[in-house]
Design a protein around this ligand. Sequence first.
Ligand code: 5AD
Ligand code: FES
Length: 350
Amino acid sequence: MNREFELVDKLEYAHSLDFDEWVYLLNNQSEELRNYAGNKADTLRKKYYGNSVYVRGLIEFTNYCKNDCYYCGIRHGNANATRYRLTKEDIMSCCKEGYELGFRTFVLQGGEDPYYTDERICDIVKSIKELYGDCAVTLSIGEKSYDSYKAYFDAGADRYLLRHETADDCHYRKLHPETMSLDNRKQCLFNLKEIGYQVGAGFMVGSPYQTKESLAKDMLFLNELKPHMVGIGPFITHHDTPFKDKENGTLEETLLLLSLVRLMLPDVLLPSTTALGTIHPLGREKGIKAGANVVMPNLSPGEVRENYLLYDNKICTGDESAQCKVCLQKRMESIGYKIETKRGDHISRQ
Ligand code: 5AD
Ligand code: FES
């Protein structure tokens, strides 16, 4: 058997590889290898989660951002973005609609927008938890201080998503301006874990200047952090960013990485992302079959959806929340999986 297949076997039983092994594996991708890893990953996710797919209602509540990440369509420097903020009332009505559709997790995602002070975030989290005590609240609002994270947690937030984006210093510098640092981002993730959140890290596949070595570092970092959730999607260009002429990440490599993450962290919560559904019409279905077990339909109000554009051609911008739910339900059923509407905590927290 070729070495790359042996490495997948090793990952399956030892749940870790060293740097050189990762680089070798990632340099020897093929359709056979993807299928091999994909089948093992699917078997493993079924062992922990059966054929259930958890749903999270995504509320994109602000596209203002003080950061200038070179890949992102809502970066501060993009003067062409039409900016919006949802009021607390808007957010509450998204939750109401989501609750009625059966969602028991709300993900509040936004740019790093100073308008939403800690006080405002805590107030919103508390109000959601008061009305919907059986729901989990996930925040995805970027890098904050330990004390801010603690305050949101004490207000009732359960989970936090903060993709590390790349665990390679050199690569990090090519994706972000000098004002941001990988060390700080990693520190944020460790802080979130220490406070008690269920934590999600992650990265884009095929982002500009990414190498197999940087992906190897991503895998090693994930194995060190041991997050509860991992968000992985292909990089997709946005026409108003410095990376407008770069290549997109591929479906194939994203699927392989989803499978490898499943084999490394067997019980991790792993979304099949909107970005994956954007680069291929059946991307999300393929992601689930490759080992993912979460989908995140959009709950944002119709009027603002087309303004939360991190990348070009994003799907679901013209659909209503109810349509997205039915659509995803059908898509999951078409491949033999079913939408599970309970909170869907990580196994260690159930
Ligand atoms: N393509 C794909 N994903 C992107 N993100 C930001 N910009 C892009 C892009 N152009 C991802 C980042 C971020 C998450 C919310 O969206 O990884 O953490
Ligand atoms: Fe939104 Fe399919 S999930 S239309």
